[in-house]
Design a protein around this ligand. Structure first.
Ligand code: F6P
Length: 500
């Protein structure tokens, strides 16, 4: 493999395919539907490339290498597995990644379990990934590492004397110094990130938090510049820090949502839930998504605005996730208790059920039909790197006749602030008021807002995102990167209460 120059080597915790053994002992694989895979595919095919990651199954699974080679051949790029032992999965993935970094970076410090054994395994697994990357990577290749599981890969590669150019993108938020400085391994993590040639964040706020943490912890690092991409000098070496809001394949969502099959499914949903507006929440099961507070806000709107009873239903889809971690199981119980309480209090026998609750993964068709059928998208995470559901909902709203209620703490708020109804997800009455406002919003305003949001997402889709990250990694002159116009600095997001 070595020697073929200028390839793109993508590295992420999970490979873009999931693998499972079927009854006859053979492997079955399925590509993940995510926008990241779709967006990287043309680049991987064009430049030639490889995706390195954990296959999600136990180490030593026989026959998996053959399956990976066959799947890679079909996909148009090579796949390379980094096998993990059950102990590594426990300490690196569930432990350090999901019981420390995930809650801390989402400002939920009390959920962190700062077990030192987790840190040791995290370091070892990052080293293991780096060794695989080093063995596969040629001098001209560009290595693009994704997300919080792998913040230490560049420093390990440097230790191996790799000369590769290495970029990193953080898909989740980066916390403020108040939060980050609580991490016992804060210095090691900041120093590791500075070994990358380019570190990308979702929003200006995340980038600003990172730069403040660098300044707090390392007095001799200089950061300069004003546009989308800054330059830092670390012990005489130059690296870059930028913000690149991730997006979706807008045209694919729009096209698929416009099919007659999706239209028929959406119509069927309205037939089953007639004479009312449909509110939609779709989330992975996660405590960062704010589902219990959202349910309380929905209960509050029914209590305070009786005109909405029987005129509105909330479809809440929860996609199972990280089921082996205790906090997630407790959250599921809490959500189900709240759904039961609301339906028990307001249901009209033989008729209106206020909350339609779905706990499972959705087929693509069902997902698109929910998006297309919903009159109001209700997306209220307590904190979220971007929240692509918000963008997918807009892309699928092809009639443009619906409203989006969005948490001001989702990364997407920086782009959609002027046209979504922004809410503080912790303010139960404020979210209830926004639901009432969205319900009564006149068609002209609804359509104008949705049209502007759709235009902005279409212009800055996931292909634009890949392109802007890769250009920032290789550009000679950073002046070519002014701050994109749609990025609303946090100070000018309107925090005034909604006037009803
Ligand atoms: O949002 C961060 C993320 O890692 C996504 O990339 C991923 O889809 C999601 O969280 C769930 O990740 P996992 O199931 O691998 O923990």
């Amino acid at each position: 493999m070595k020697g073929k120059s200028e390839r793109l080597i993508v590295v992420s915790n999970r490979l873009p395919f999931s693998f499972r053994r079927v009854a006859d002992g053979r492997w079955k694989s399925e590509q993940s539907g995510g926008g990241l895979v779709t967006a990287l595919l043309p680049v991987l095919r064009h430049r030639g490339g490889m995706w390195i990651g954990w296959p999600g199954v136990a180490e030593g699974s026989d026959g998996l290498d053959r399956e990976l080679a066959a799947v890679g051949e079909g996909a148009g790029y090579a796949l390379k597995a980094v096998p993990l032992t059950p102990e590594e999965v426990r300490n690196f993935y569930e432990g350090f990644s999901n019981e420390i970094i995930w809650p801390l970076f989402h400002d939920m410090q009390l959920l962190c379990n700062f077990d030192p054994a987790y840190w040791r395994t995290y370091r070892d697994v990052n080293r293991k990934f780096a060794r695989v990357v080093h063995a596969e990577c040629g001098a001209g290749d560009f290595v693009w590492v994704h997300d919080y599981h792998l913040m230490g890969v560049a420093s390990e590669l440097r230790r191996l004397k790799s000369g590769a150019r290495i970029g990193f993108f953080l898909h989740i938020p980066f916390p403020s110094p108040d939060m980050f400085l609580k991490l016992p391994w804060r210095l090691e993590i900041i120093e590791s990130l500075l070994h990358y040639d380019l570190v990308g964040f979702q929003t200006l706020r995340d980038r600003r938090n990172f730069v403040q943490c660098v300044r707090e912890l390392l007095r001799d690092v200089e950061v300069e510049g004003r546009g989308q991409v800054l330059q830092a000098t670390v012990s005489g070496r130059k690296m870059r820090i930028g913000n690149f809001p991730i997006s979706i394949d807008f045209n694919a969502f729009m096209r698929q949502a416009a099919t007659s099959e999706v239209a028929a499914h959406a119509k069927e949903l309205h037939r089953l839930l007639p004479n009312r507006k449909l509110l939609l929440g779709i989330d992975r099961l996660d405590y960062t998504k704010g589902i219990p507070l959202r349910l309380q806000a929905f209960q509050n709107v029914l209590e305070r605005y009786p005109d909405l009873r029987e005129r509105i239903s909330l479809i809440q889809v929860v996609v199972p996730s990280r089921e082996d971690i205790g906090d997630y199981q407790e959250l599921k119980t809490e959500i189900e208790r709240l759904v039961g309480r609301i339906n028990g209090s307001f249901v009209r026998p033989g008729g209106w059920v206020p909350v339609w609750y779905v706990y499972r993964s959705l087929s693509r068709l069902d997902l698109l039909a929910y998006y297309r059928a919903a009159d109001i998208g209700l997306i209220t995470p307590l904190k979220d790197g971007m929240n692509l559901v918000a963008k997918e909902y807009c892309a699928c709203s092809i009639e443009e006749d619906c409203a989006l209620i969005l948490s001001e703490f989702a990364g997407a708020a920086a782009q959609l602030a002027n046209n979504a109804l922004l809410v503080n997800p912790f303010d139960i009455e404020g979210v209830a008021d926004a639901i009432h406002r969205a319900y009564h919003m006149d068609a002209g305003e609804r359509q104008a807002r949705m049209r502007r949001m759709r235009r902005s997402i279409r212009e800055n889709d996931v292909f634009w995102w890949v392109d802007s990250f890769l250009r920032a990694a290789i550009a000679r002159d950073l002046k070519a990167f002014p701050q994109p116009e749609h990025v609303v600095p946090d100070e000018i997001i309107d925090h005034t209460p909604l006037v009803l």
